[in-house]
Design a protein around this ligand. Sequence first.
Ligand code: ADP
Length: 880
Amino acid sequence: MSGDTNNDTPMMRQYARLKEQHRDAVLFFRLGDFYEMFRSDAVEASRILGLTLTQRGGVPMCGIPHHASGSYIARLIHAGKKVAICEQTKLPAGGGLAEREVVNVVTPGTLVEEDLLERSSNNYLLSIAAGSTEMSLVYTDLSTGELAGTVYPLEGAPLHLRAELTRLRPREVLVQESLLSDYPRIKAVLTESDRLLNSYPDWNYNLSESRKSLERVLGVVSLKGFGIADDSLLPLACGVLIEYLRDTSGSDLSHIRSLQQYSRQDHVQLDDATLRNLELLTNMHDGTSNYTLRRTLDFCRTSMGSRMLARWIGAPSTDMALVADRQENITRLYHNQMLLSSLREELGRVLDLERLASRVAMERAHPKDLVAIAASLEGILRLQELSSEYLGESSLPIRSSEEMEQISSMASHLRGALLDEPSVTIHEGGIFRDGFDPELDSLRGLSRDGARYLEEYLERERSVTGVSSLKIKHNRVLGYYLETTKSGAGSVPDHFIRRQSLSNAERFTTEELAGLEEGITGAEEGSNERERALFITIRDRCVPAIPLFLACADRTARLDCLASLALAATRNGYVRPELIEEPVLEIRAGRHPVVERHSADGSFVPNDLVLGGKSPLFRLVTGPNMAGKSTFLRQTALIVLMAQMGSFVPAEAARIGLVDRVFCRVGAQDNLARGESTFLVEMSETAAILRNAGPQSLVIMDEVGRGTGTTDGLAIATAVTEYLLETIGARTLFATHFHELTAMQAPQLGNLSLEVAETGGELIFRKRVVEGPSEQSYGVHVAALAGIPAAVVRRAEELLDQAHAELADGESTTANHASMSAGSSAKTGRPGTTSARSRTTELFSNEELLVNEITSISVENLTPLEALTKIAEWQKRLRG
Ligand code: ADP
């Protein structure tokens, strides 16, 4: 092919034409046994894949063997690239240019390839579009056929979008161009991480066209059946989405059977900060699922179950009936451990029916997939048998006798047809059982008989020639041939035609042998072809059952989640919480589900909490650092969210009034990555709470105001507290290090603190929550624990005493103040800096100060002259 890469060759013109249509993808150009990449694709791919870049005719290129393409594609996708796969669709008889076509485009958000997908996670593609006042947000997982969407006001869209991005973690987003150009905050949210973003000009977004295209995919004449009103904006984001799915996958999307419309009110609203702070699905440390609620609760046996459980955790429900139903069925499993363990055993035999069924719909299922479907259907039948007496209908995988009939006949049809271990490809036979198809049997008979005919023929030739060393062998070049030793070759008859002479053997063919060979290979080819055709038929027979498969898959996933939660309750000692509508929260001996799992047995200290009812709705929580405040705050939110998933909770008893939103603002930690000031982020998140929280919400705030100076911080924390108490009235836990706040008084305000004991100058954190404010901040003690030099700690203690003395003086004038205002107490907190400086020399010896100064010098920033001057100065000070 040398010279072919020249721009003007027919092949490069063909390449240029294909590349033109797939400018945003790396084009894998099939050339014989290789996929070649050219020009900028080659430069980029060679960098990502570590391939050697070569030049032909001045064109940079690199290539990979076609049979090993999977892992290379995976790495490009992982790097956020799209890959367009171009195959040779026709080889011209007399040489010349092959016809080539892009057969599919692999993109991060539309993966269906088993080995590129994560088993226990959904792989979402998100599409967003805007009307005049609202936004349409739709997402899909092509590998499972899930399609869901919602409409929400444009006002506040960035926050909502950010929460959905955190919850769904889409790999790719389709967005209307004007959303990026006209709404900088939406653009900022979308470009925060490096997920693949595809923007489309506004003329692609036409509501009635989108609606029609959606109706066609779903096979309906109206969307009313999905609860989507005629004037709903929801379909707007679907048009582009559907077109994109079709273009990239080349499939007709027949496995996408419904659009699930959800509204924000259906589940507990969790903003982006809350989702991350509570470490529900991923941790803040490395973004994996280690040390998360998900990891603690996921005992699912199927990947469908794990995926569903992640969806439940990311969106606990606000629907009392739904939560109560899950809870009831978990309780039944919890009380029937025998059933629970046999269900789990059976669930272990169900494979990923969701993705298997989707592969059937996309004509990608191979013979092993159909056997996996049969095994899963059998598993589902056994699950039904095991659970139908004990569980409510909502938790059973099969809902009617017709369904049962259909599933068992499908399962036995597939089982009866397919070998237990069929081949993975459809071209080489080895798919069907004997006896399934008479025509296949007779073709197989012919090729098997062929072997017998060969034996008989060999016997005849041996007796005719008297050469007992005569053998029949086969290789790819000669096909079947007769072989003798050199010595036997002398006595072969005339009808033997010499094909090959080797040093120790001679090879022949005969007319009869050639005839036999034709019969044998013909029968083999015929039987392979027959198997292929039969397979396509049997796969097509599955197609009408896909909606049923997907429904059963969904229900099985649900059963798996319930079993997983029942097992988590059993293993971790959770109780069934009582759910009520009133805004009350009562937790007896609550624990943090994740921290306790990673603490030594029995070392986690449980704590009580009552908010609402006869107790204050709002609790300030004080205590030194490391006392256990954050853990207590977070465990409260987690217990509530677990309860609203339907799960049991880590406590001795719990009464939980359903919440509509949970806000969890904890410190200011990982926002620097976004390039915003921590304080600004802290304040905008606080603003979101104050604007969106209501009387049914749960607010968890930890250290608000820490991002700024003491005076400002205290003022802000006080004002926020006032507003939450007076205007919002949400159940609130507010941890603070501003002790001045604990003096505030209001009917719904109470103080809690974490108990700390001091023995022999050492602090012991008991991790126990007690009524009333904490005595002091103990910050200095913690500093000592952390290894701050003794001299510094001593000095800090002095300053603290001084500050307390000043505070006591000040308090005589402010003690009876209604304490709702921050100003007066805030002024008292800080010791005078002048006095601090003047006392330094008394506390630290000259030597101590010198050593300190020397060790803190950064030598690399010192000029030689400065160094000399320093030394002179020190000498002077030491000499007195
Ligand atoms: P704070 O927010 O007051 O600084 P943390 O909540 O971060 O304190 O807790 C400090 C440490 O104590 C953490 O390592 C945490 O795992 C542990 N811890 C917190 N609460 C408990 C508890 N109730 N029982 C046992 N260990 C706890």
